[in-house]
Ligand binder design. Structure first.
Ligand SMILES: Cc1cc2nc3c(=O)[nH]c(=O)nc-3n(C[C@H](O)[C@H](O)[C@H](O)COP(=O)(O)OP(=O)(O)OC[C@H]3O[C@@H](n4cnc5c(N)ncnc54)[C@H](O)[C@@H]3O)c2cc1C
Length: 381
């Protein structure tokens, strides 16, 4: 039996970004069920950092994290974020939503500005006539395209540098309470710890159930992505991440001639190795062709991943009020990469009972906004 200070279940962005910080406080081990880190949600994301999703708390976590992405890096370090514009587009009947969003977004990023549909269509080939036409847009020049691989590798390097370990092919198969410690079994080894971090993404409730801890109601929802060639010889690399306000689609460049696109599907799923459904692929192709002058003649790649949500669609970070030493780091929805700098900082402060970080305070983010207690109270109310 190996005794460690902190044991983390899940080698995605949540588990690894927290591990990089927690390893500085004591021996830390991350268990990842798959043969490589980031195999599930974290490796299937389109990893764009923008303000077009989530409530005020998620936007605040994004704003705090964006400071990290914008910070200069040291010489020789691989950049994890590249500045890239974001364009939020809307139809004529969504004028009120655009007004409301403009206010919220400008408070977070003063460079946000409004464009007419015709102005937006000069940047990307949007239709400006017909029912699906773009009538308004909000452009944020300060979005970021993130590199998930570089992010994961940076955290793994920091974990190792602090003496911690990532163990792959190490599925936690049984968890029990034993004399004030959590004991976790994998095929090859058993671990004992007083601090068990549940960063199992779509499997977070299943991991809790294995430990005899009441589930929180984490709901995995499938999201589909396709890639296809952009129009003709056009270099699409500078096109903004373009997303409809509300339901619809998004697309963004992948290199100079390819685009990635999603119908923003949210089909509830069991935790699994998600794969795309034909209906979602057909929907995205149809929506792109309806709202832009592009055609989607051939789909080069397709994939799907699970985004996991708590009942209030806010992340869950903190000790379970009814299970000593059992720490939740779950419910990162569709914003787990772009909020990981802020969420890992919050996880460190809550797990180690440190003073609440200044930049989270400044962002108006309170620990009670994140702690699982709020969901237990909601259930019993
Ligand atoms: C298509 C798509 C697009 C997205 N786009 C964006 C975006 O643009 N920006 C953004 O910020 N976010 C985006 N997201 C969301 C983001 O990917 C997630 O919020 C984030 O990856 C969640 O990270 P995680 O570590 O919680 O989960 P995961 O990456 O799924 O990691 C959880 C890990 O736990 C492991 N695990 C589970 N059970 C066990 C066990 N018993 N023992 C050991 N290990 C276990 C799993 O194998 C898995 O690797 C997108 C997601 C998808 C699917």
């Amino acid at each position: 039996m190996r005794q460690v200070d902190t044991l983390i279940i899940g080698g995605g962005i949540a588990g690894l970004s927290a591990a990089a910080r927690l390893a500085r406080h004591g021996e830390t081990v991350v268990l990842e069920a798959e043969s490589q880190p980031g195999y599930h949600a974290s490796g299937r994301s389109v990893t764009f950092c923008h303000f077009g999703l989530g409530d005020g708390l998620v936007k605040a976590l994004t704003a705090v994290s964006r400071e990290t992405f914008a910070a200069p890096i040291s010489e020789g370090e691989t950049p994890v974020a590249h500045r890239h514009p974001a364009l939020h587009i809307a139809r004529a009947d969504q004028a009120a939503e655009v007004d409301a969003l403009e206010k919220v977004h400008r408070a977070l990023s003063p460079d946000y500005h409004r464009l007419s549909g015709k102005e937006a269509a000069k940047i990307v080939p949007l239709r400006t006539g017909g029912e699906a036409a773009t009538a308004f847009a909000l452009l944020d020049p300060n979005g970021f395209k993130l590199d998930p691989h570089a992010m994961l590798q940076r955290h793994i390097a920091a974990l190792r540098e602090a003496g911690g370990t990532l163990v792959t092919d190490a599925r936690a198969t049984a968890i029990r309470r034993d004399g004030g410690r959590w004991v976790v079994d994998t095929m090859d080894e058993s671990y004992a710890t007083t601090r068990l971090i549940n960063a199992a993404g779509a499997w977070a409730d299943q991991v809790a159930a294995m430990a005899g801890v009441a589930p929180i109601g984490i709901e995995p929802r499938r999201r589909t992505v396709i890639s296809f060639n952009g129009p003709g010889d056009t270099d699409v690399s500078a096109w903004p991440f373009t997303k409809t306000i509300g339901e619809g689609f998004y697309f963004l460049p992948e290199g100079t001639d390819r685009l990635l696109a999603s119908p923003q599907d949210e089909t509830v799923s069991e935790p699994c190795d998600a794969s795309p459904e034909e209906i979602d692929i057909a929907t995205i192709a149809w929506r792109i062709e309806e709202a832009t002058t592009m055609t989607v003649p051939r789909i080069a790649h397709r994939w799907a991943g699970l985004r996991s949500f708590a009942p209030d669609e806010r992340p869950v970070v903190g000790y379970d009020p009814d299970a000593p030493g059992f720490f939740w780091l779950a419910g990162q929805g569709g914003f787990g990469l772009q909020t990981s700098p802020a969420l890992s900082l919050a996880a460190e402060a809550l797990a180690m009972e440190l003073e609440w970080p200044e930049n989270l305070k400044r962002g108006g983010i309170g620990m009670q906004d994140l702690e699982p207690k709020r969901l237990r109270e909601r259930r019993s109310a």
